[in-house]
Design a binder for this molecule. Structure first.
Ligand code: HEC
Ligand code: HEC
Ligand code: HEC
Ligand code: HEC
Ligand code: HEC
Length: 215
């Protein structure tokens, strides 16, 4: 009688099992890679060319974010301030500080400072600061308490699931618009209702479909 199954099919069960195991290992590695802080850059805090401290300027001197990050309410990008913004004060304050030497050089030669970029979404993601800040999402929700940072550090993963967690249920994260740059803001006891009221007031519907963030 002719064989219905050729001989190699005897090895089929082994093949199926080994590929299943390989597949599972790949999935685990994939999840570990994509969801781990290493991939998402949480904790990234590079050295900057000048030891500029948010802890000093914001935490102790009480400066508002918008004095330097002027784009944040009106444009997609927050912008890192030009050298002139620093020199508004530092022509008078600590004019001889060695820590400020690169700032003075940049000012005299009219060349821009090269600050190291920390938070960066991939090019295929559309992000807009003004859309968030103008409806009451605080800087702190996405950047942590900057007023305590000697060196800026990435605190949130900025991953797709992180964006979507808030987009699906924004109310708990919303605060009055005049509080967006306040660090250490404590939600009121009735945050649940207060947040819902803000959602209603601005008719907030964050995008959850692909084309909202991938345009
Ligand atoms: C006196 C000017 C000044 C003020 C005020 C200021 N910043 Fe900054 N900020 C800078 C400079 C300069 C950098 C770039 C160097 C660095 O990362 O420390 C920066 C960097 C940052 C970054 C990281 C940018 C990146 O590359 O990803 C964030 C986030 C940030 N600031 C948020 C804030 C927030 C929030 C506030 C208000 C609570 C604030 N800043 C107030 C000057 C300022
Ligand atoms: C509103 C005024 C103001 C602005 C604008 C400002 N600073 Fe300052 N900065 C200060 C004051 C005040 C001190 C503390 C001086 C002291 O310790 O006596 C300081 C201290 C510093 C120091 C420490 C200097 C040292 O020798 O200890 C650095 C570095 C510095 N600032 C960088 C910057 C940079 C970079 C910018 C622009 C992004 C900037 N500052 C913008 C007011 C300002
Ligand atoms: C909803 C989350 C969110 C909020 C709220 C938010 N940021 Fe950001 N921020 C981001 C993301 C995401 C990036 C990276 C953007 C990119 O690469 O295009 C970023 C980048 C930055 C940068 C780097 C330069 C730039 O313009 O991209 C600065 C500075 C900054 N943010 C400051 C602020 C300040 C100041 C506030 C509050 C007034 C704020 N951010 C509020 C998410 C947020
Ligand atoms: C803490 C809450 C929160 C986080 C985190 C957040 N968003 Fe949003 N997002 C909002 C809210 C609130 C709005 C405003 C929706 C409205 O006005 O209808 C919004 C609006 C948007 C819009 C629409 C802007 C426009 O001009 O139409 C885009 C795009 C967007 N978010 C992208 C992102 C991306 C990308 C991330 C992650 C890197 C992110 N968001 C993280 C709360 C958040
Ligand atoms: C709220 C904003 C938002 C929405 C809505 C959204 N994405 Fe994303 N997506 C992101 C961000 C931010 C990243 C970058 C993540 C990172 O850098 O880790 C991303 C990354 C991706 C990637 C690359 C994955 C990777 O790990 O490199 C793919 C593919 C993708 N998105 C597909 C989709 C599809 C399909 C949808 C609709 C079902 C969708 N996205 C909806 C924000 C969004």
């Amino acid at each position: 009688m002719a064989q219905i199954f050729p001989e190699w099919t005897n090895r089929l069960p082994v093949l199926v099992v080994t590929s299943a195991i390989l597949f599972i290992i790949l999935v685990v590695l994939g999840i570990w890679y994509y969801w781990s802080p290493w991939y998402t850059d949480v904790g990234y805090a590079p050295q900057q060319p000048v030891p500029y401290s948010h802890k000093l300027h914001v935490g102790e001197l009480g400066m508002d974010c918008r004095y330097c990050h002027t784009g944040v309410e009106v444009s997609p990008v927050a912008m890192v301030p030009p050298t002139q913004t620093c020199m508004n004060c530092h022509v008078m304050i600590k004019p001889d500080s060695p820590k400020l030497a690169p700032i003075r050089a940049s000012w005299e030669k009219k060349t821009p400072m090269f600050w190291v970029r920390i938070h960066k979404s991939p090019d295929y993601v559309y992000f807009d600061h003004s859309a968030h800040v103008s409806v009451g999402v605080g800087c702190e929700s996405c950047h942590g308490n900057i007023a305590t940072m000697e060196v800026v550090e990435q605190k949130k993963p900025l991953s797709m699931s992180w964006c979507l967690d808030c987009h699906r249920n924004p109310a708990p994260h919303l605060r009055p618009r005049d509080q967006v740059t306040v660090m250490g803001w404590q939600p009121p006891p009735d945050q649940e209702d207060a947040g819902k009221a803000i959602v209603k007031k601005f008719n907030i519907k964050p995008p959850v479909t692909c084309s909202g963030c991938h345009r």
